[in-house]
Write a protein that binds this ligand. Sequence first.
Ligand SMILES: [Cu+2]
Length: 169
Amino acid sequence: MSWKSPLNPRFLVLLAAVALMVLLSGCSSRAPQPPAAAPAAAPGASPPASAEVAIEVADVKFEPPQLNLKAGPTRFTVHNTGAILHEFVLYSEARRAAVVEGHKSMGGAGGHNHGQMDKASAILVAVSDILPQKTKESGVVTLAPGVYEYGCFVPGHYEAGMKGQIVVA
Ligand SMILES: [Cu+2]
């Protein structure tokens, strides 16, 4: 090994930084997969979803903010690339008011219970408490043609514009 030679310490720091970046990007690039890359036939796969949709949550927005999907069984994988807690709540756009008001009346710092709201407000999917740098999956939801909205109801986030739209055809 030639490590004895007096290497410039700055160069070593740079090396370490590059190695760290490679490691980090290696980790985070595993989770978000191309939305259309679902294998046609996956024998033994648990619940059948005709579409796997990857969504990223960040501080404070969804990526992408708009999606066009085909009707059918769909599963969402939500990856938090931000530094704070987020959630992914999906509902028919026609029920937006009920969902937004429902969350307002619950208030609290992330302690709201979507289970209580599901029936009343027509929440289709609720992936809650997604910690920074973590990934969570939804169950499989069968989407009918229509217009849907997704939002994050951690206090202040929806109001800051943390929402998106899905058009299902
Ligand atoms: Cu959020």
